[in-house]
Design a protein around this ligand. Sequence first.
Ligand SMILES: C[S@@+](CC[C@H](N)C(=O)[O-])C[C@H]1O[C@@H](n2cnc3c(N)ncnc32)[C@H](O)[C@@H]1O
Length: 246
Amino acid sequence: MKQNIYDDPKFFKEYSALRESGITYNDFVEQPAIKSAISNLDGKSVLDLGCGTGEFAKYCIENGASKVLGVDISANMIEKAKKENAHNNIDYICISIEDLELENQKFDLVISSLAVHYVEDYANLIKKVRNLLTKNGEFIFSTEHPIVTAKKEMNGWVKDVDGNKLHWSLDNYQEEGKREQHWYIDGVIKYHRTISTLVNTLIENGLVLEKIIEPQSIPVGLQKMPKLVNEKRRPSFIVIKSRNSF
Ligand SMILES: C[S@@+](CC[C@H](N)C(=O)[O-])C[C@H]1O[C@@H](n2cnc3c(N)ncnc32)[C@H](O)[C@@H]1O
């Protein structure tokens, strides 16, 4: 099932306000990590799956990429991307990753920042990505860490009576599939997969694993968002980099 949560008015308003604050897990944990995994953008063609409002597409162009195609299921996000992060060498299209067909097109880098956990059929996604990569092309994606998506309620912290975090709890790890979460609104759907599924599906499709990052906050994040110290206790995200061997 494809869910377009970012076009829900309440969700979009709250999510946009969060991202515009500049004080987020994205700014201090996930984005620095995914950017650090990119070898070199010079002259590269880039496909950004789940591109959101296009900051990453713009970043790629500003750092030497020759062209970027940004794809997102949300009309709200694409509209904002076209307004705020337009560039002659960036195209944005509003379509789901699942429905995307790009016959005869190949990219040097396929990137996806925090969108893969919204896609139900991971095997099919990886097959699609592999067919869109040039020889030696890179696929780099971040997703919510399996230890965060594992529990059915997605509420891992166990707290004492005063609300102090005692430890992170893990359950249902081997039970892959749909999870439902309250995030601004009820019923936000994500998909849990084990680390072995995330990695082995890449390998089964001829992608060579190059790097895995379980990021912590960059130093400025710890000052601006003290709760990011908890990333030392358990990671919220995982970044996986692989390369097309064909
Ligand atoms: C957490 S946001 C990240 C946006 C952007 N990559 C960034 O890092 O700023 C996830 C994005 O994935 C998009 N998305 C979710 N499911 C999708 C799907 N099935 N196909 C395409 N985009 C999807 C959402 O609309 C949203 O823009």
